[in-house]
Design a protein around this ligand. Structure first.
Ligand code: NAD
Ligand code: DAU
Length: 341
């Protein structure tokens, strides 16, 4: 039985992916390696923890000794690397931690994977490494990297290291770059769960700038199935873009959330823009479709409705993650000049 190491498997996308692998591949074991930062939550994996084909190890990807031990422990043939600091706003308040986790952590993992003879290494990256688009066009795998935020700069730097390990050491590395995910278990700092939480509590919905920035939304289950398709069929050394084909302005998304929750638009409150805010992302996902037959299956309207229902059914989960650390982050973030306009 082969074992896949999933870093960041207790986070939003990682936990969805771990569940998918266990369900789809009866002959695969999964080892989740996760530090359980503010964004990691074992509750996200509660139905996987009793599975005899799943193990969990708490640890830091920057800890060389611990990573070496984990990679040497259980016949690990493949790594899917999701562990990261993932929130753009936090990277604006504290870039250094993003360089440490996202760049250094990736290098530590690559070195240890190489030493352990891991066969395949998938780097889970983001469309944000390509920077910002104008009103037309989309990012292809050939688009130049032009990151705007400390977060996307750290992901782009990690991507370069991954490609360098492929070229220099002959490692079988692949990179995926996906657009904005939404779905169950997403930490309520990201647009959709933040707006759902605030609307549920009749609190203001903070829109950065004019709210006309565009994101290409994809349900987390579609991202996970794309990752599994790349793990199994992707060509070594290649980059695969993943997108949902659901371009929406932030205001469109926020109005849909309010309508589905039966809350008034008067909760919308425009505040100062995010510094360095990318205007528009859109992904050309034709390569993964042509080579691996993958395409997104969840329509945005249905996916959003289901996601809102999940948050309403799991209000306890929302309360449990919105801790003192969460409130501290928002008091620091909003005191940085982002006052109501
Ligand atoms: P998340 O913040 O929900 O989860 C990140 C996970 O990584 C958490 O479980 C956290 O505990 C863990 N982690 C953080 N630092 C760690 C460390 N030093 N050692 C071990 N574990 C650590 O993030 P997410 O939204 O699930 O994103 C997962 C990955 O997918 C990230 O690499 C992100 O860049 C990428 N990605 C996210 C999106 C999106 O829309 N959310 C889109 C494209 C790509
Ligand atoms: O595109 C993929 C990326 O999507 C991932 O790599 C990142 O990990 C993920 O966090 C996400 O980044 P974004 O910056 O696009 O997502 P976020 O949810 O933070 O913001 C989405 C849009 O909504 C963006 O234009 C900023 C805006 N926004 C966000 C928040 C949190 C607001 O207007 N108000 C808010 O309070």
């Amino acid at each position: 039985m082969k074992t896949v190491l999933v870093t960041g498997g207790a986070g939003f996308i990682g936990s969805n992916l771990v569940r998918l692998i266990l369900a789809e591949e009866p002959d695969t074991r999964v080892l989740t390696y996760d530090l359980l930062t503010y964004a990691g939550n074992l509750d996200n994996l509660r139905d996987c923890l009793e599975d005899p084909r799943h193990d969990f190890v708490r640890g830091d990807i920057c800890d060389r000794e611990a990573v070496t031990e984990v990679l040497g422990s259980g016949n690990i043939s493949e790594v899917i690397h999701l562990a990261a600091e993932s929130h753009v706003d936090r990277s604006i308040l504290g870039p250094q931690g993003f360089a440490e986790t996202n760049v250094l952590g990736t290098v530590v993992l690559l070195e240890a994977a190489r030493e352990a003879g891991v066969k395949r290494f998938i780097q889970v990256s983001t469309d944000e490494v390509y920077g910002s688009l104008g009103s037309a066009g989309s990012f292809s795998e050939e688009s130049p990297l032009a990151p705007s935020s400390p977060y996307s700069a750290s992901k782009a730097a990690a991507d370069h290291f991954v490609e360098a390990f492929g070229r220099t050491f002959g490692m079988e590395v692949l990179i995926t770059r996906c657009s904005n995910n939404y779905g169950p278990c997403q930490f309520p700092e990201k647009l959709i769960p933040l707006m759902i939480r605030n609307a549920m509590n009749d609190e203001p919905l903070p829109v950065y700038g004019d709210g006309l920035q565009v994101r290409d939304w994809i349900h987390v289950s579609d991202h996970s199935s794309a990752l599994l398709a790349v793990l199994r069929g992707g060509r070594p050394g290649e980059v695969y873009n993943i997108g949902g084909g659901n371009e929406r302005t932030n205001l469109e998304v926020i109005r849909s959330v309010l309508r589905l929750l039966g809350k008034p638009e008067s909760l919308i409150c425009h505040i100062d823009d995010r510094p360095g805010h990318d205007r528009r992302y859109a992904m050309d996902a034709s390569k993964i479709h042509a080579e691996l037959g993958w395409q997104a299956g969840v329509g945005f309207e249905q996916g959003l409705e289901d996601t809102i229902q999940w948050y309403m059914d799991n209000a306890g989960w929302l309360d449990s993650v919105a801790t003192g650390e969460y409130r501290d982050f928002y008091s620091a973030w909003y005191s940085g000049g982002r006052t109501t306009g």
